[in-house]
Design a protein around this ligand. Structure first.
Ligand code: FUL
Length: 501
């Protein structure tokens, strides 16, 4: 009895080779970590830029700005985060310190912080209020503390890194669980630097001691993904338009940009290859697609007319989340500390469209069959773990699979009735890697299959948008795969009328 239950347990987990049952497919290539799986599930989040630049109308403060200027009299983190939530965002990353060095929390590391602001007589803490509001709104929370600091007199010398790392420690220790910590490589050289007003250059390869700086995140926030040009958990997509490439891979081989002999690091990477990544890249480093809602990252009174339309935001969504990455939408509170009217309208409309689009999955009631199904040993009370119908249960990790030798197979969904759709969603179970290299989606029309869409990469999510089509049968053709396909999702949706092509 004991022997039997051990065999069954092994068969269920699928990890142990047994003569009694087929093994689960082996992962192919680089695969995501647990923290990256959670990141993929997040899909959409916002990057909040708010600070002295909001009051001085600048994008990059010089570092000499008077902290007294910071006075958001109507400050309300809940207004901001509730707006993001209605806007379809599942997380928020606050810029706790931008390049101008002004810290939005009462840090012990520099006097250039919120304690010197007029706001709340210097007793406020923006980071705390955002962390609390994120919890209240059910949004994941993350932070960005700029490595480049144009205020610090120590910047450019060896005295700065301990200051920067101490700032990170304060942020990593005091504001709850973070889902992502953001880093970037921007460094324009000149700055105030405690009054020196000069240009300071650093060795981009060594100055920030990335292994140990990132190590702080690993040590103090083990579930947080680290974003940087090079990753290591999420890579910069390589542009600030929020677009990944048509065929985009979560796998990536970081290479040094400026000096081929020196390896890639936090400040130097082949970011031109960010949109597409690399098929069979060395590591799982998916694309984070950042783009501001307005022209700039900070709020500027003249930029109201630049707010992106809901249709543009949907295009970004299809080119980021729909290409297996995440969408990171920059939102800039105004001088009151609130999301202003024009931005609220755009976000709410976009969130509404997303909710309408995904409200009904037309595939959920389909009967699903496949040309091939992975062999397994039937067990009483258990359903086939590789069954075709797993693609319509909404679970990213349950999947249809074929035998190892089969890399060319079809899956057919027969809908309960003729239905109309214009969006197809495909997912692989990414725990097993990027396996598919080519696929087509066909619809049954007038007694024949007609190709509706196709491509190469699937990964965490591939969204395909087309003309509205009526059918009761849809077929997924896997035409090329590096290892047997493990497809976890085939969803069919109808684009809201406002966005129909
Ligand atoms: C860049 C910065 O230089 C911009 O000011 C902004 O913060 C953007 C999100 O990242 O690297």
């Amino acid at each position: 009895m004991e022997m039997r239950s051990r065999v069954l347990t092994a068969a269920m987990t699928g990890c142990v080779a047994l003569t009694l049952c087929a093994e689960a497919p082996k992962p192919y290539g680089a695969v995501p970590s647990e923290r990256q799986l959670r990141w993929h599930e997040t899909e959409t989040f916002s990057l909040i830029h708010f600070g002295l630049n909001t009051y001085t109308d600048r994008e990059w403060g010089y570092g000499e700005e008077d902290p007294a200027l910071f006075n958001p009299v109507k400050f309300d983190a809940n207004q901001v985060l509730a707006t993001l939530k209605r806007g379809g965002m599942n997380g928020v990353i606050l810029v706790a310190k931008h390049h101008d060095g002004f810290c939005l929390w009462p840090t012990k590391t520099t006097p250039h912080n919120i304690a010197k602001a007029a706001w709340r007589d210097g007793k406020g803490d923006v980071v705390r209020e955002y962390a609390d509001a994120a919890k209240k709104q059910g949004l994941k929370f993350g932070l960005y503390c700029s490595p480049w600091d144009r205020n610090s007199p120590a910047y450019g010398t060896s005295a700065y890194l301990p200051v920067y790392q101490a700032q990170l420690r304060e942020l990593l220790l005091n504001y709850g669980t973070l889902f992502e910590v953001w880093f970037d490589g921007a460094n324009g050289g000149d700055g105030y630097y405690g009054g020196a007003r000069e240009k300071r250059s650093i060795d981009r390869f060594t100055y920030y001691d990335w292994p140990n700086t990132w190590g702080l995140v690993r040590q103090l926030q083990p579930s947080a993904c680290i974003f940087g040009d090079v990753g290591p958990d999420a890579r910069w997509v390589g542009n600030e338009r929020g677009y990944a490439a048509e065929e985009s891979w979560a796998t990536f081989t970081p290479k040094g940009k400026t000096d081929a002999a020196r390896p890639a690091n936090g400040d130097s990477v082949n970011d031109k290859e960010g949109p597409a990544g690399h098929r069979d890249g060395a590591a799982w480093i998916p694309a984070e697609c950042d783009v501001p809602l307005r022209k700039g990252w900070f709020w500027h009174p003249s930029e109201d007319p630049t707010v992106r339309t809901p249709a543009q935001l949907m295009d970004i969504y299809f080119n980021s989340v729909g290409k297996g990455g995440c969408m990171n939408l920059g939102v800039a509170p105004d001088r009151n500390g609130l999301v202003c009217e024009a931005d609220v309208r755009a976000l709410e409309a976009f969130g509404g469209l997303l909710r309408t689009l995904f409200a009904a999955n037309l595939a959920s009631g389909a009967v699903v069959s496949a040309s091939h199904v992975r062999a397994w040993q039937p067990q009483r009370g258990k359903t086939n773990p590789y069954a075709p119908e797993n693609v319509r249960d909404g679970d990213r990790y349950s999947y249809w699979a074929t035998d190892d030798a089969v890399t060319n197979a079809t899956l057919t969904l027969t809908l309960p009735a003729v239905a109309e759709f214009s969006v197809v969603r495909l997912r692989e179970n990414i725990q097993l890697g990027h396996r598919v290299d080519g696929f087509g989606v066909d619809v049954w029309q007038a007694g024949a299959w007609k190709e509706y869409a196709g491509g190469q990469s699937i990964g965490a999510c591939r969204l395909l948008r087309g003309a509205k089509v009526r059918t009761d049968r849809v077929r997924l053709r896997i035409t090329h795969a590096a290892a047997c396909p493990c497809i976890s999702d085939v969803g069919l949706f109808l684009m809201p009328a406002a966005l129909a092509q």
